[in-house]
Design a protein around this ligand. Structure first.
Ligand code: SR1
Ligand code: MG
Length: 427
């Protein structure tokens, strides 16, 4: 796919985007005839892209367009437009597995690096709803199932090996987006990287302590090694609570531009990390002491349920859809060794749980002392309160990273979160 300046690409604005989509038959039909009656607004509040909502007499669509640089930083940080190609390829693969968890997909334009998709309404970004203290009873089921199915069915447990290898090769070109993760998630927090930032002076001591903490630095680099070497499954690659849209009973996963073949635990860990960041931010959103305690318990119950539902569905897929080259039935069930397959499954899930915990820890830490933070914390106006919430979240991230192999199960994670949230004297 072409990059900026090499031919044809132009970033749209609210006027030019209308004329462009009106010229796309599949999209124009959805909006209603002609561009005259269309309205458009730019609503992107993420770190990278333009996002337009274009409305016509018959309906609306979302147009997501990559910019040739990182929006959060500006044109001093160029970023390939090819990320739209990887996003589209990830979306189409995920849609083939669980279409109801994604927006409907209408159009991809490689030259202009844009994807046209369903305008999800009345859906709201999950992160904003967690800040507001809202509960979503279907969330854990939807996300646990989505994770299990997308990860299992794109792995060597399921996918035909030639297709998997071709796909690994295709997504291995998403180099620039992987580099963002390699630097921002695993590396920058542990040295004096120029773009690091944190709540000052409240978090100074804790942020600086990370750089002298040999155990956490080694653990973060070990997780980076897993990230770069374990081509286990097609990942969303950036599955935080800003990449999920919800209503009372619906859940949609958006924005897989960081997609590549990597370790399954990275996606699960990313989602759990962001639920835990929401948990540790709750005290900062309280009007009165203890007001969000019950809500915090709901968040922890959701952490437990996401993992439990993921693991249940994964076990089911292992038992019924294991058609790939890994742990082949010919070696186990067909030889009368069903027990062997069950033992292998338990060992697989134990390893995956440790990866999940480690990645969750790294993802929490980077959102507290790295470049890109989370609104859960940033929206706490009182800096002393914010730093207190962040210090506890940082301590949690460290524990998850360093002790990832020693956590017995997901209830060990939630117990740890409760214990750390009671510590009021962290630096
Ligand atoms: C420079 S991009 C910063 C972050 O935004 C994206 O959502 C990813 O999480 C990335 O690490
Ligand atoms: Mg994103």
């Amino acid at each position: 796919m072409e990059d900026a300046h090499s031919g044809g690409y132009r970033p749209f604005d609210v006027e030019t985007v209308k004329a462009h989509v009106a010229g796309l038959p599949a999209v124009a039909e959805r909006l209603g005839e002609g561009s005259a009656g269309l309205s458009a607004r730019e609503v992107g509040d993420g770190n990278l892209n333009l996002v337009f909502i274009v409305e016509g007499p018959a309906g609306a669509v979302v147009v997501k367009q990559a910019l040739p640089y990182v929006r959060l930083v500006g044109d001093s940080w160029p970023l390939p437009l090819s990320r739209a190609f990887f996003e589209w390829n990830a979306l189409t693969r995920q849609a083939a597995i669980r279409p109801e968890r994604l927006p409907q997909l209408f159009h991809f334009d490689a030259t202009n690096a844009l994807v046209v998709m369903e305008y999800l309404t009345p859906h709201v970004i999950l992160r904003k709803e967690l800040i507001a203290g809202k509960r979503f009873e279907s969330l854990a089921g939807h996300m646990g199932t989505f994770l299990a199915e997308t990860l299992f069915r794109t792995s060597d447990l399921s996918l035909e090996t030639a297709r998997k290898k071709a796909d690994v090769a295709l997504f291995s070109n998403n180099v620039a987006l992987c580099a963002i993760t390699e630097n921002l998630v695993f590396t920058d927090a542990y040295f004096d990287a120029p773009l690091n930032r944190w709540t000052r002076p409240g978090l100074d001591k804790a942020a600086l302590a990370l750089r002298a903490d040999r155990a956490v630095k080694i653990a973060a680099q070990e997780m980076l090694q897993v990230f770069t070497t374990k081509t286990e499954a097609l990942l969303h690659g950036d599955l935080h609570t800003g990449s999920v849209m919800v209503t009372g009973d619906d859940t949609r996963v958006i924005d897989p531009e960081f997609a590549f073949y990597g370790p399954m635990g990275f996606d699960i860990g990313a989602f759990l990390a962001n639920l835990l960041l929401a948990y540790f931010s709750q005290e900062g959103h309280e009007g009165a002491d203890g007001e969000r305690d019950e809500y915090g318990e709901w968040l922890l119950a959701t952490v437990e349920a996401v993992w439990a539902i993921f693991a249940d569905r994964f076990r089911e897929l292992w038992r019924t859809e294991r058609t790939g080259i890994l742990f082949a039935r010919s070696v186990f069930e067909d030889e009368g060794d069903g027990l062997g397959a069950e033992i292998a499954l338990a060992r697989f899930l134990d390893g995956l749980f440790a990866d999940t915990a480690g990645f969750a820890g790294a993802k929490m830490i980077r959102r507290l002392v790295g470049l890109a933070h989370v609104e859960d914390m940033e929206s706490i106006a009182d800096e002393t309160r914010r730093a207190a919430c962040e210090a506890r979240a940082l301590a949690m991230g460290r524990e998850l990273l360093v002790n990832r192999g020693r956590l017995s199960d997901v209830s060990a994670i939630t117990s740890l979160a409760r214990a750390i949230s009671r510590q009021k004297d962290l630096p």
